[in-house]
Design a protein. Structure first.
Length: 351
């Protein structure tokens, strides 16, 4: 009798134990779910794509990232190309973009005709990174009218523009193997895009204008804190030990882009920097406020850059972008305001 009762008591204690273990288990699961909820949310892509880190870092008005990762262009994969000769060509094009200096830099094996930058220094991940100045728009983008030259431009001309301005160098032959490989590679990157539709994430992000002029003085503080560790206090960057390519490219001085280059307009530089620098950040994980991005761009473009004869650029001055820093202009605003802003009044006057 006594034994039977004891057995029953033990059995119910065991049942209770199992129940407690079950409850603890359920509780842990619940806690885990709450902790990582955004990642588990299968029904809402927006939340799925955004890491909790970003949500803490970025203020609500700085909302570019909110819808940024939805339907963003993703570059096609070179591994899917099976035809060996086609693949070889594309890999060559990719290498020319990623390691341009090996071929055309001051120690280049084809010619020594550029400042030593790689195309990839500005067209990140060999021109595939969303908002990293990628080439998603190139395949269907050319030939097209460009206000800078006032002409219908071929893709060859556009590529050589970057050789002559961003790489402060010489144009490469239009009919050479290198030009063909670069174009083949860019067209491959655009093979999943549609004519007449700029894919989301292509090119450089257009940062909203500030209500004030960008400040080179503030920008110097940003530069010293967040950029100098790689690009050097003097902006000259750091070559790899082989002396052929940069580990950290020059951002001003004799080996940087010249005054005719796209990045010499601070809207381009600020948009590039905001979602790509310090190196490693993306549209999801920026580390600079918009103000810091504009200011550091103003600072970098106030430092010395090689000159270029751009007297033939913008033949129709009313087509000059409002942040092109050299006159003449079709309005009354000063060169200084065209360089640093505030841009809103200029834009308003243009309408
Ligand atoms: C110093 C930075 C820099 C370097 C280096 C650079 N580019 Fe560019 N490139 C730019 C900028 C800025 C733009 C214009 C982006 C814009 O206005 O949105 C551009 C635009 C282009 C475009 C037009 C893209 C389009 O969507 O229409 C092509 C093509 C291009 N570059 C090719 C090259 C090639 C090839 C190289 C290497 C030989 C190169 N770039 C090196 C900064 C650079
Ligand atoms: C951790 C190192 C690092 C830091 C910090 C860093 N960069 Fe860069 N930056 C790079 C690298 C590396 C590249 C070239 C990327 C490539 O080739 O893939 C680059 C490229 C650039 C370029 C385009 C190429 C050129 O030389 O003109 C600019 C402009 C630039 N960085 C500006 C900045 C600014 C502004 C900051 C600070 C807000 C910054 N970087 C912070 C490593 C860094």
């Amino acid at each position: 009798m006594e034994n039977q009762e004891k057995d029953r008591l033990i059995a119910s204690i065991q049942r209770l134990n199992r129940l407690i273990i079950l409850l603890v288990f359920v509780f842990i699961l619940l806690a885990l779910y709450i902790q990582f909820r955004p990642k588990f949310n299968l029904f809402n892509r927006e939340h799925q794509a955004i890491t909790p880190y970003v949500e803490q870092q970025i203020s609500p008005e700085d909302s570019a990232w909110r819808d940024a990762m939805i339907d963003t262009w993703i570059a096609p994969d070179l591994e899917e190309i099976k035809d060996p000769s086609k693949k070889e060509m594309l890999l060559y094009g990719q290498d020319l973009i990623a390691h341009t200096a090996k071929y055309f830099g001051p120690k280049g094996r084809i010619s020594k005709t550029t400042n030593g930058l790689n195309c990839q220094n500005c067209h990140l991940n060999a021109g595939t990174k969303p908002w990293g100045n990628n080439y998603a728009n190139v395949k269907y983008g050319y030939p097209k009218y460009r206000a800078r030259s006032g002409e219908i431009e071929s893709i060859q001309k556009r590529i050589n523009d970057c050789f002559e301005r961003s790489l402060n160098g010489k144009a490469i032959p239009n009919d050479g193997k290198e030009m063909k490989a670069i174009i083949a590679y860019m067209h491959f990157l655009g093979s999943n895009t549609k004519k007449g539709e700029a894919p989301k994430g292509s090119g450089i992000y257009n940062l909203p204008f500030l209500n004030r002029a960008a400040s080179p003085e503030n920008g110097k503080l940003v530069y010293d804190q967040k950029c100098a560790s790689c690009h050097g206090a003097n902006g000259q960057g750091q070559l790899n030990p082989d002396g052929i390519e940069y580990a950290y490219p020059a951002v001003w001085g004799p080996n940087s882009y010249n005054q005719g280059a796209g990045l010499y307009r601070i809207s381009r530089l600020a948009g590039y920097v905001k979602y790509n620098m310090p190196f490693g950040v993306s549209i999801e994980t920026p580390q600079l406020t918009d103000e810091e991005a504009w200011d550091v761009a103003a600072f970098i473009n106030s430092q010395e850059h090689p000159t270029k004869d751009i007297s033939k650029d913008w033949p129709k001055i009313q087509e000059k972008p409002i942040d092109h820093p050299f006159g003449p202009f079709s309005d009354q605003f000063s060169e200084k305001q065209h360089k640093f802003g505030p841009f809103k009044p200029i834009k308003k006057a243009k309408k």
